[in-house]
Design a protein around this ligand. Structure first.
Ligand SMILES: Nc1ncnc2c1ncn2[C@@H]1O[C@H](COP(=O)(O)OP(=O)(O)O)[C@@H](O)[C@H]1O
Ligand SMILES: [Mg+2]
Length: 376
């Protein structure tokens, strides 16, 4: 028998458990199991309405692949009507949350059992409304997560497109120079154009690689790396820009710096990002200098440091440095540079440390592994 106490106990029990469930499937299964404990039914179905208001079977207990066609038709009618009904030994319970019907639960009476009592219908209705509230909350939560993901994708796209536009600008300039060189038979223009184009391609290639390295499946394939050569390459790639900004760049590799293992391109891009950040922090300061060093730390590790005497940074900025999209540069920044640096350190089983003082300068220290054990 279904007493008011039993009914109260059921709803109370449900409310308590619902609070701890965060998955809509688990919640639904739990609801169907509970309802059949309090109302004798041989089969229960749960339908939820799609956007076009058609009911779709969400769950059944015990599991059935197909729903009797007449039951589906009745459920759709009752969904539109929104009131609980008993028809031909089936109890239909509308799932109502925030004044709208989300779906229908249907219980089929056990063969030979007495007809559903008004008390059972009331219990069913109470259980269904408790369930509907909890389900609506979970669905809203899931929807929110989707929206947040979508927003994050949008933000990432915006940053990537912005950076590609910058590179395109370089490409256009190179193209223009080369055309002028051809048209006016001016070898100097032609050479400048082609050199710029090569730089643009290198920039594009590096940027694509950076984005790839941020994807979650990216794996380091360690190979022998000549760090001194990477530093020389960086020095020559940055020379023109440093001169333009009146910044001194000072590269030093320990004279006996040994060969190390790692990903050369990744190390190049990490250093490039650090030096670029230093350049951007000067804002026309006199006596600007960036020091780049490579030195052995111990048998297992080596250090790469990039030190500037630029603006330095506040504790607040320091706390957020490695967050995705964090930038103090407005439209000019992507907020991805230091993420790439952190990723490089992680890939090389190392770490990044920052020392910085406002008005004095900043030092980034990458501590990286010299060798990687071979995977057999
Ligand atoms: N050398 C530095 N000196 C001062 N601030 C820095 C330095 N390097 C990084 N930052 C700060 O860290 C932020 C994040 O850097 P980053 O991830 O490279 O993104 P972005 O350069 O696009 O802003 C910068 O916007 C800047 O505020
Ligand atoms: Mg940067």
């Amino acid at each position: 028998m279904n007493t008011p106490e039993k009914q109260h106990q059921a709803t109370h029990e449900l409310g308590r458990v619902y609070d701890s469930i965060t998955d809509s499937k688990v919640l639904t299964e739990f609801f169907l199991a509970t309802v059949s404990r309090f109302i004798p039914a041989r089969q229960s179905y749960l339908f939820l309405a799609a956007r076009n208001k058609t009911l779709l079977l969400e769950a059944s207990a015990p599991f059935v692949g197909e729903v009797p066609p007449d039951l589906a038709v009745e459920a759709q009618k009752i969904f539109e009507d929104g009131k609980p009904r008993v028809l031909k030994g089936r109890m239909f319970l509308p799932l109502i949350a925030r004044n709208s019907v989300m779906g229908i639960a249907c219980l089929e009476r056990t063969a030979g059992a007495p007809v559903f009592t008004p008390q059972e219908i009331e219990t069913g209705f109470d259980l269904a409304s408790e369930f509907s509230g909890a389900l609506k909350n979970i669905l809203l939560f899931e929807e929110n997560i989707k929206m947040e993901r979508l927003a994050a994708v949008g933000q990432a796209m915006g940053m990537v497109v912005h950076e590609i536009k910058n590179i395109m600008q370089l490409a256009r300039f190179s193209d223009e120079m080369t055309r002028m060189g051809i048209k006016e038979k001016n070898e100097k223009f032609l050479t400048t154009g082609l050199i710029k184009m090569a730089k643009t391609l290198k920039e594009m290639d590096g940027f694509i690689w950076e984005m790839l390295s941020l994807t979650k499946d990216y794996q380091l394939e360690p190979e022998k790396v000549d760090l001194a050569a990477i530093l020389t390459e960086l020095q020559s790639d940055l020379a023109e820009r440093a001169e333009g900004y009146h910044i001194k760049i000072d590269f030093k590799t320990d004279p006996d710096f040994p060969a190390v293992e790692g990903d050369g391109r990744s190390l190049y891009r990490a250093l490039l990002n650090l030096v670029k950040n230093a350049f951007e922090a000067f804002q026309g300061k006199q006596g600007a200098c960036v020091k780049i060093r490579a030195r052995v730390k111990d048998d297992e590790r080596y250090e790469l440091t990039v030190e500037d005497n630029a603006s330095g940074m506040s504790e607040e900025v320091k706390a957020k440095l490695f967050e995705a999209f964090f930038s103090t540069k407005g439209k000019r920044g992507t907020g991805l540079g230091l993420m790439v640096v952190a990723r490089t350190a992680k890939m090389h089983q190392g770490s990044v440390n920052v020392e910085s003082q406002p008005g004095v300068g900043t030092k980034f220290i990458l501590t990286l592994r010299r060798f990687f054990p071979r995977v057999p």
